[in-house]
Design a protein around this ligand. Structure first.
Ligand SMILES: [Zn+2]
Length: 281
């Protein structure tokens, strides 16, 4: 398991906190004027156009760098992030020297549930695992927007419900299902949240995500590779047979996906196909 001192970069943390002073309402650039002004986040895609228009001036497109701390445990949550690309982990303490993943966030997710629930802190750390991009909004602005835009409030509360169901299902999964099933479930979940078929992750990280030693992940991964379902490279995994992986996974994957799909857009569409909603110019 990964030592938490390795994961927590003080520079990243200070950088994250320091950005709050830059988030002046008058200096924000509307999404429509920013490069790549296309919405890829499933939650935002599910918003009615007029609600998205109200929210857009308060959001800023920011890069997500690997190991960047978005939220530190027990410190004020200054911003929420609608993830557009990349993956982030919610980590919970599991002893003095290690932390385990209790949630995986990608382009169908949102980092900032304490804001939705009206609290300012969380016992979990949120760390970027795969670099990408997010639409960031100040906590105060999001709180105000939830009051002003009922559709946004309803959607985010629905997301909280889906996350609660997911947490409960993962308790069942970790208790009853094999490592191979759980690994397939985790890979499918990540595959839903990245572009393409390649996931940039190490066996060490997967061990932490699944709460097992790296050697166990390597063995289970090897069996999935022998079955032709994936290919392992240096620091990356390529999904070759998604249907086969779904057949390997336990039913928890479908249970979690079903609940989440009721709340947000269930498909990751291709920008060039014109199915994504561009912010109005
Ligand atoms: Zn399961």
């Amino acid at each position: 398991m990964l030592n938490c001192t390795e994961e927590l970069s003080q520079n990243s943390l200070h950088e994250s906190i320091g950005r709050s002073s830059l988030n002046s309402k008058h200096s924000r650039v509307p999404l429509s004027r920013q490069p790549g002004g296309v919405i890829r986040n499933g939650i935002l895609q599910a918003l009615p156009a007029e609600a998205l228009d109200e929210l857009a001036p308060y959001m800023q497109r920011v890069p997500l760098k690997r190991r960047q701390v978005l939220h530190e445990r027990n410190l004020p949550v200054t911003h929420a992030y609608f993830i557009e690309r990349g993956l982030a982990s919610l980590l919970a303490r599991a002893g003095d020297q290690c932390m385990l993943e209790v949630g995986t966030l990608g382009c169908q997710d949102f980092a900032g549930m304490p804001v939705v629930l009206g609290t300012s802190r969380t016992p979990h750390r949120c760390v970027v695992q795969v670099s990408g991009e997010a639409l960031r909004i100040a906590a105060d602005d999001l709180h105000q927007a939830m009051n002003d835009v009922p559709a946004l409030r309803q959607l985010l509360l629905g997301y909280v419900q889906a996350s609660t169901v997911q947490s409960a299902q993962l308790v069942v999964c970790n208790t009853r299902h094999t490592l191979r099933q759980r690994l397939a479930r985790w890979l499918l979940f990540a595959h839903d949240r990245v572009e393409g078929n390649e996931i940039a992750l190490t066996h060490q990280f997967l061990g932490r995500a699944l709460g097992v030693r790296r050697a166990g992940v390597t063995t289970a991964m090897g069996r999935l590779e022998e079955a032709g379902l994936l290919h392992r490279g240096r620091g990356r995994i390529v999904i070759l047979d998604r249907a086969g992986l779904e057949a390997e996974a336990c039913e928890c994957y479908r249970a979690i996906r079903s609940e989440h799909g009721r709340i947000v857009c269930d498909e990751i569409a291709e920008p060039l196909a014109g199915t994504l909603r561009a912010v109005r110019q």
